[in-house]
Design a protein around this ligand. Structure first.
Ligand code: DP6
Length: 375
């Protein structure tokens, strides 16, 4: 007999960035962070977890590449915790099949090409955790599951929820209180739209894991950020989301992305994630907002040059027409009928964007992990 469960999990993009670990082993952050979950109709990881007597070792197939789970510290930590929780259930209830003794096979696939240049570890570890927990029938809340996913990859803990999600840093040494909570569900502010502008599909130069370690070790600006700035920003961001205040949401998002990249520059030796195309996109978004006379679009960048632009449905024609005007050669515009507008974008910015954006992905805020099948 094969026990099997298939789930999907979403990507999330932080608007208050996680950058820095206070405990590397447990993956505990130096500051809280907040993200928007993106729609699984457009971007998702689908993961099937199964177990059977005939399986010989815990194995993961990630986009077709096979990996022995026991050789990955991050994966084995997740499996060990979930398996021992299942063991606990089996001890309490004799009628349960002893599937905790069987080896696991996990097959995981992203529906977006690696060439989209998107970090996939968040959706990947969220889907992994959700699939194994469902297979094991664990009666856990998304917050409890987020503690497991966090140990795989920090940002993954936020993908256990839809909508607007905070990862509260916690204070315990054990990490028990370093978990994700939902700030608001997708229904609270479903008008949030997202354009991902792919400025490079190449794998990033400095991984987030090692980049943040060297920032913690060398940046003085970073110390100020985590102590004096992020705590207040978290509160302000939650307020903005509760009040549907896009202008505040947007300003916090852009300044937090800028400060994260400033901390990277303040790291020694410095880390550069933005490139000329990224900077040109920043100028285009500034142009959009200046022409609108208010803030209608916000950019944010993770550990790479790709831009994520947030805007509201009501401004989508205007924002997208302008983004189209500066990146019409990019893949991804095919399905949308766009008119370049009369908005004046400065020439340097538009030329640099035009030559640098290879693909756009249009999406919106979405819900949390979905159970697709189980047997
Ligand atoms: C810039 O979650 O990839 O995207 O915990 O070491 O796996 P690890 O790092 P990871 O870092 C994400 C950093 C970021 C900001 C964010 O998503 O909050």
């Amino acid at each position: 007999k094969v026990y099997q469960c298939t789930v999907s999990a979403p990507v999330n993009i932080a608007v208050i960035k996680y950058w820095g670990k206070r405990d590397v082993g447990l993956n505990l952050p130096t500051n809280s962070s907040l993200s928007v979950t993106l729609s699984q109709d457009d971007l998702r990881t689908v993961t099937t977890a199964s177990c059977s007597k005939s399986f010989e070792k815990d194995t993961l197939w990630l986009n077709g590449h096979v990996e022995d789970i026991s050789t990955s510290k991050r994966l084995s930590v997740c499996v060990e915790e979930l398996r021992s929780a299942r063991q606990g259930l089996e001890k309490e209830d004799d009628s349960l099949d002893k599937i905790s003794q069987l080896k696991l096979h996990v097959v995981s696939k992203n529906n977006f090409p690696t060439a989209a240049g998107l970090a996939s570890s968040a959706a990947g570890y969220a889907a992994f955790t959700e699939a194994v927990a469902r297979l094991y029938g664990l009666p856990w809340t998304p917050t409890q599951l987020s503690r497991i996913a966090r140990q795989g990859s920090g940002s993954a803990c936020r993908s256990l929820f839809g909508g607007y999600v905070a990862w509260e840093m916690g204070e315990l040494h054990s990490g028990a209180d370093s978990v994700a909570v939902q700030v608001e569900p997708v229904e609270h502010w479903p008008e949030m739209r997202v354009a991902i502008m792919v400025a490079s599909a190449a794998k990033k130069g400095v991984s987030s894991t090692s980049g943040m370690q060297s920032t913690v070790a060398s940046s003085t600006l970073f110390q100020k950020r985590v102590k004096n700035i992020v705590p207040e920003r978290m509160q302000a961001m939650k307020q903005a989301i509760r009040k549907h205040d896009f202008e505040t949401f947007a300003k916090l998002t852009m300044t937090d992305s800028n400060q994260f990249h400033a901390c990277c520059l303040d790291t020694f030796p410095p880390i550069f994630y933005l490139n000329d195309t990224s900077r040109a996109i920043i100028r285009v978004v500034e142009n959009i907002n200046a022409a609108a006379g208010k803030t209608v679009a916000a950019y944010t960048f993770d550990a790479g040059p790709n831009a994520v632009v947030y805007f509201l449905e009501e401004n989508s024609a205007y924002v997208l027409d302008t983004l189209y005007a500066v990146s019409r050669n990019a893949q991804g515009w095919e399905d949308s009928e766009r008119n370049p507008t009369s908005v004046k974008i400065d020439d340097v910015a538009s030329e640099t964007v035009l030559s640098g954006v290879s693909r756009v992905i249009l999406t919106k805020v979405g819900d949390g992990p979905r159970l697709l099948s189980s047997e």
